[in-house]
Design a protein around this ligand. Structure first.
Ligand code: 7RM
Length: 632
């Protein structure tokens, strides 16, 4: 199923459009099924109702583990690089990973978990995180991984939304020179989570934690009580595999639902093709498993293809900004898949950190999460790839399950800052505000997808109507991505960024409404409006306009209180970079905040504010402009 020439890409693409069922049916033959499907696809984008590989039975862990044992059992599946460069890295072969997954799957069963139960995972980037994820999949439980940066309240909301029965966590996590008390955060969250019966705690940093009788058990004790034989649960292709919460333009994050068969096929197919993965190569994706990139391209995609996947616990700048380059040299990494924000951050240290580092193993480079600017693209190409490694700028979303628009390494001619062309099976179209298709090249519009693909979301957990409203109602019969896009004279796609109220801060998706709600929870705040603005390293920064709050001490202290409130409500990742106190917000006569104007002010582009005729009080704008100039 690996594409090796541009001609083959064109042929496969053509076939995938003309006969999608035949195309995906053939791709799916490369995976192991307990029982074949009787229908490749049935779909309707109105409801939406999407089914891939209907009737088929499988377990994704048999594809990620068991099927490699005979020939590649001793091949490294996961290489773990700890936060501390002084600590030894750990290699788990496919055999070892299989054994540990089976053992932990038995621990889950012992603690009452069964097929269909939702399990929340809140863990550091350690091998046990991948083991926990796969163990859930082994027994047919639905995992909901929550990124280690979210607050107790965010965790509780997510646990309650999907009624998780079990939580898997660790005492704490290392993050560079800092420690994060994961179990403490979970303890706070669980005060408001009546559905949680058990909490399994991994010892990692060995900090003191509270262990509640009857609820909390240690990972290390539990594994002693079980053996390592665990038959995989037989799953229907359309059974739920996992839920992953993601931000949208409204306040409450949505639980994006992915199912077993289609997701597996799509993650595996896109992994092997986009990165042109070759047997024996070492592949390093720097994302966290708490995000979709980690699910699809650290765990499921690579393991389904028998690849060696590096799992890194730390951050790019610890102990020094040479860390990535040291890891590449140490593990002879062939593929580096990272985010533009990391590239820009490392660029800012100049070439010093690269001196004397052997990056000659690098063959393919990848970028994901946000648009990559030309400067960062060229730096990545020249300094890391030495002009010899193709860069795959991969556009996709939590909802798409896998990469959608991207070069295929060694096959597709690349172009700086372009995600280039749709992968086989993907039918993107650009539409104008009225939903009319924009044909031809050298055009811009809103990016939609007009035909299903196996990795697409099936619903949003517990609220199918929301899925329909958010993705399938803006433009009838189309999946709307929320992204703006340009198609150039060669038919190449360049994603220009979100056209809705979703921010992309350091590759993390954050809804403006979510941040506003958090700010408004501060006792002294009446109203606020949040917008994004261009930020050199983060891509976008968060700018909060807050109507003069009740002060408690100096204004600077009140700002810090607001930041602390946001940290408590959402997590540190959502903290505004700038807070401006204002006496009013620019509103229309009907009371709507004119964000367009606030965005301009946040960007520092106040020369042309556009049409301001519907403003209730134009003086407010003048005042905000003046105040913004004074803010650093
Ligand atoms: C994989 C991931 C999705 C949003 C998406 C875009 C933006 C992601 C690129 C990109 C330009 C890219 N999932 N985005 N990749 N924009 N070029 N290569 O990031 O659900 O967390 O975010 O991220 O706006 O809609 S996500």
């Amino acid at each position: 199923m690996q594409i090796t020439s541009f001609k083959q890409y064109e042929e496969d693409f053509k076939k995938s459009v003309e006969n999608p069922e035949q195309f995906w049916g053939e791709v799916a033959q490369n995976f192991q099924w307990r029982k074949p499907w009787y229908k490749v696809l049935s779909w309707d984008f109105k409801e939406p109702n999407i089914k891939w590989f209907e009737g088929a039975k499988l377990n994704i862990t048999e594809n990620c583990l068991d099927r490699h044992l005979e020939k590649n059992g001793d091949k490294p599946a996961i290489i773990w690089e700890p936060n501390s460069h002084e600590e030894e890295s750990v290699t788990l072969t496919y055999k070892m990973l299989h054994e540990r997954v089976c053992r932990f799957a038995n621990v889950l069963k012992r603690n009452g978990a069964k097929k269909g139960d939702r399990i929340c995972i809140y863990m550091p980037m350690v091998p046990e995180l991948a083991i926990a994820v796969l163990a859930c999949a082994r027994i047919g439980a639905v995992h909901s991984v929550i990124f280690g940066g979210f607050s107790a309240k965010s965790i509780a909301d997510r646990i309650n939304d999907s009624q998780c029965k079990l939580v898997i966590t660790a005492d704490g996590a290392y993050r560079g020179s800092k420690q994060i008390p994961l179990k403490d955060v979970i303890d706070d969250a669980l005060i408001g989570c009546p559905t949680v019966e058990k909490c399994i705690v991994l010892t990692h940093v060995r900090t003191p934690v509270s262990m509640l009788k009857g609820r909390d058990v240690w990972w290390e004790d539990e594994v002693k009580h079980v053996n390592d034989i665990c038959e995989a649960e037989e799953m229907d292709a359309e059974d739920m595999l996992f839920i992953l919460y993601t931000s949208g333009s409204t306040g409450k994050p949505k639980g994006v639902v992915h199912t077993c068969g289609g997701y597996m096929v799509y993650a595996g197919y896109t992994f092997t093709n986009v990165f042109n993965y070759q047997p024996g190569e070492v592949y390093f994706c720097t994302a966290d498993i708490g995000w979709i990139t980690g699910h699809s391209y650290i765990v499921y995609g690579p393991l389904s293809q028998g690849a060696t996947s590096v799992l890194f616990e730390g951050i790019p700048t610890y102990p020094t900004p040479s860390r990535f380059w040291d890891i590449i040299e140490k593990h002879k990494i062939n593929t580096l898949y990272t985010a533009p924000t990391a590239i820009r951050s490392l660029m800012s240290y100049g070439e010093g950190p690269l001196e004397g580092k052997d990056l000659s193993s690098i063959r393919v480079l990848g970028s994901v999460g946000e648009p990559i600017n030309e400067e960062a693209w060229h730096w990545f190409d020249e300094k890391i790839g030495h002009g010899k490694a193709p860069i795959v700028d991969t556009w996709w979303q939590t909802e798409t399950g896998g990469i959608m628009i991207s070069p295929i390494a060694t096959v597709t001619p690349t172009k700086p800052s372009f995600a280039t062309l749709p992968l086989p099976g993907i039918q993107p179209i650009l539409v104008d505000e009225n939903g009319k298709e924009i044909l031809g090249n050298d055009v811009m519009g809103n990016l939609c997808i007009k035909f299903p693909w196996p990795g697409m979301l099936r619903t949003t957990y517990g609220d199918h109507e929301r899925c329909k409203q958010t993705y399938f109602s803006t433009y009838p019969d189309l999946y709307f991505t929320g992204d703006g896009c340009l198609r150039d004279q060669d038919g190449y796609y360049r994603i220009t960024g979100r056209v809705d109220d979703v921010l992309n801060v350091s590759g993390h998706r954050i809804g403006t409404a979510e941040v506003e709600n958090a700010i408004n929870m501060h006792a002294g705040v009446v109203e606020s409006a949040v917008v994004g603005y261009p930020h050199d390293v983060k891509g976008q920064g968060i700018y909060a306009f807050v109507i003069n709050p009740e002060m408690h001490g100096e204004a600077e202290l009140t700002k810090k209180d607001i930041l602390q409130t946001v940290t408590r409500v959402i997590g540190a990742i959502a903290k505004p970079d700038k807070i401006l106190f204002v006496s009013g917000l620019p509103k229309t006569r009907s009371g709507k905040i004119m964000r367009r104007i606030l965005r301009k002010i946040a960007e520092g582009d106040t020369a042309n504010l556009g049409d301001t005729s519907t403003l209730l009080d134009p003086n407010v704008v003048e005042e905000i402009i003046e105040a913004a100039k004074a803010l650093k």
